[in-house]
Design a protein around this ligand. Structure first.
Ligand code: WT7
Length: 654
């Protein structure tokens, strides 16, 4: 992990921008103070962003005490999330574009502009199709789709009838999909024939068929046509396009309680298999809408583009729910940053006159390496705010983004948050903050971050300090539970540092009081802005017949932020060969998905263990990081000699 340092240069907001912005520097101070002085009054006001069927009278009901953790916001209010994202905009902006869909290959297909009126019809149709398949309030629907409008229709259709969606990123393998279908006991899985991406195609339907081999027979499969490519058809399959043609295009939105779950999203943790993060309806939508408006300084008529996939929380909050709740025009991009060439992002910005652009540092680092010529020549004059998310941004990438993409005129918001938080928790505000490259800087309204001593769990006061990051209070977008396992929820987030929400991140508060995220302090690694549990990769590796044991750690990677470094001990008498190395890489791809493929595999005759048999990951991390000087005390190891062997045979990072 690189140690962040306070830069010499900060970038003050442009006065004209600050004047027109929702929040300027004085406004931030005032509003932040009010938000933490009387949170219920503050959030009651923010809750009015939504249209409620029955207005709430209660605001928060929260307890972080282990054994009694519960988080409720606006609990006696009722609403429908889809109606808030669509119906309430129809009168004033029915003919405005809600979604601009940009295809993978711009040389073969045109963009589509979907108005709020059209969105309403399509969502109602999808809702009626789901109902005809037997989906009812509270039932779970898994969505395994490419980045096509039907993915948004499916999310909003679930919300409309009160079903709970769980999106599985289309890059995940059949095994991972099957585990998630079973994990939430889904009634229906929605998929497409094939998913085009970067000029290549993933056979989603056939992946789904494989996944369903391990699921209950009663699970139905709704298939959207994307490419028209070949698929096999089974008894449990339903043709979406055919059914939608017949379906009614109106559907009454269900009255849901604010605390009814809106969606489940599986994410990796430090132990075990991914957990289903549960988000609420009223609190989540309030928070997504508010952060979308304030953090990106979104104004009516702006075109907003978040380049994420709806398979991640970023896509939920900032492609679909936040922007649509605000009546925005939001872009849904099917492709990748480097196809047809490394100018794709900037082509799309020019073509659709994008005002706010939100992406991941890993994409910026990759594009930066291709040279400035891909940016130059594109008209990016409509850009007003740039954003990043997913991992710390290194100052070089920040400066490139600022100078080359933003021409030194466009503020960058470095947004720190998590799947669990529903929306941004720490970020600069574009009209309020003196920007510091690499720092998420300041808490959003209503958020009280604290730095704790990792050992004593004591609060560290003052500035120029570091420790672990916890949040002292709740906010409406906070996750409510782990699906089907509330105990795991309490244990993961509220047991290490009692009374606080533990983020899993390390952080530093600099001399000015600005926050810098220094990365995960648990066994979670961040690969290209995607979260991966080292335990998951390990369990995939040991599932291979020739692997006896494995330990996985992260190491610094120029483009991905962190790479996956796997130490593998083979079964007795198995020869380590290049062929086996390739096979293991492929094995992990099929067990989890391409994002989990180890970058480096080192054959380890033994792993460093304590006498009680615990693997010393600290040492393995240091070796992977090339930081041999700092191995610390190895005398407590059962067999100190294994460390010398691992150092001698470590894989070259390049
Ligand atoms: C972890 C959460 C939030 C949506 C995307 C990732 C890291 C996220 C930043 C940032 C430094 C960041 C943290 C966090 N992270 N944003 N701006 N600066 N680190 O969501 O998959 O739940 O991962 O990503 O380590 O804990 P996620």
């Amino acid at each position: 992990m690189t140690t962040p340092s306070n830069p010499d240069t900060t970038y003050a907001p442009d006065p004209a921008f600050a004047k027109a912005a929702h929040v300027d520097a004085a406004g931030y101070e005032k509003m932040y103070a009010a938000s933490v002085a009387d949170p219920d009054a503050f959030w009651a006001e923010q809750g009015k962003r939504l249209d409620w069927i029955k207005p709430f009278s209660q605001v928060s009901d929260v307890d972080f005490t282990l054994g009694n953790v519960h988080i409720n916001w606006f609990a006696d209010g009722t609403l429908n999330v889809a109606a808030n994202c669509i119906d309430r905009h129809l009168a004033a902006r029915g003919d405005q574009t809600a979604i601009i869909w940009e295809p993978d290959d711009p040389t073969k297909e045109d963009a589509k502009h979907i108005t709020y009126k059209q969105l309403h019809k399509s969502v109602c149709k999808m809702a009626n199709v789901l109902e005809s398949l037997g989906v009812r309030k509270g039932d779970r629907v898994v969505i395994y789709l490419p980045m096509i409008p039907e993915a948004a229709y499916a999310m909003l259709a679930c919300a409309r009838i009160g079903a709970i969606h769980s999106i599985v990123f289309a890059g995940f393998s059949p095994d991972a999909l099957g585990a998630r279908i079973n994990g939430c006991d889904a009634k229906v899985v929605i998929t497409a024939d094939h998913a085009p991406r970067g000029g290549r195609s993933t056979p989603l339907k056939s992946n789904t068929d494989q996944a369903l081999l391990h699921c209950k027979d009663s699970v139905k499969c709704l298939v959207v046509k994307r490419t028209g490519g070949q698929t096999t058809w089974t008894d449990r399959d339903y043709d979406y396009d055919e059914m939608a043609m017949e379906a009614d295009d109106s559907c009454h939105p269900a009255e849901m309680s604010a605390e009814d779950p809106l969606f489940i999203l599986y994410t990796s943790g430090s132990t075990g298999q991914p957990k289903g993060v549960v988000h609420s309806s009223g609190g989540y939508l309030t928070y997504a809408a508010m952060t979308h408006e304030i953090v990106f300084d979104y104004h009516d008529g702006d075109v907003f583009w978040c380049t994420a996939d709806v398979g991640w929380v970023t896509g939920h909050s900032y492609i679909v729910y936040g922007p649509l709740a605000n009546g925005a025009t939001t872009i849904m991009f099917e492709g990748v940053p480097t196809f047809p060439d490394a100018g794709r992002f900037w082509d799309v910005c020019e073509k659709h006159k994008v005002n706010q652009f939100y992406t991941a540092p890993t994409a910026l680092r990759a594009l930066m390496g291709q040279g400035d010529s891909f940016v130059e020549g594109r008209d990016l004059s409509d850009l007003k705010v740039l954003g990043t998310v997913g991992e710390p941004i290194n100052p070089e990438a920040w400066t490139w983004y600022y100078n080359v993409v933003g021409k030194g005129k466009v503020p960058i918001v470095d947004t720190w948050w998590q799947t669990e938080t529903g929306g941004h928790l720490m970020t600069p505000l574009p009209g309020a903050t003196n920007l510091k490259p690499g720092s998420a800087q300041q808490p959003f309204f209503g958020i009280k971050p604290l730095v704790l001593d990792p050992q004593s769990a004591e609060v560290i006061e003052g500035n120029d300090v570091d420790g672990v990051l916890v949040i002292a209070n709740s906010w409406p977008g906070q996750m409510r539970t782990v699906w089907g396992d509330h105990e795991r929820f309490e244990k993961t987030y509220f047991s290490d540092y009692p009374g606080y929400y533990f983020t899993g991140d390390g952080c530093k508060r600099d001399a000015d009081g600005d926050y810098w995220i220094t990365g995960r302090v648990d066994d979670v690694i961040n690969v290209s802005g995607h979260r991966m549990g080292t335990a998951e990769v390990e369990s995939a590796l040991v599932a291979h017949a020739q692997v006896a044991e494995s330990a996985v750690v992260g190491y610094p990677h120029d483009i991905k932020g962190q790479g996956i470094y796997a130490y593998v001990t083979l079964m007795n008498d198995v020869e380590p060969t290049e062929e086996l190395r390739k096979e293991l890489e492929k094995w992990v791809r099929t067990e989890i998905g391409p994002i989990a493929k180890p970058d480096l595999i080192q054959w380890a005759p033994g792993l460093p263990k304590t006498r009680s048999g615990k693997i010393m990951r600290r040492i393995l991390r240091k070796i992977a990081e090339d930081d041999f000087g700092a191995l610390g005390d190895t005398s407590t190891l059962a067999e100190p000699a294994v460390v010398d062997d691992l150092i001698a045979n470590r894989m070259n990072r390049k």
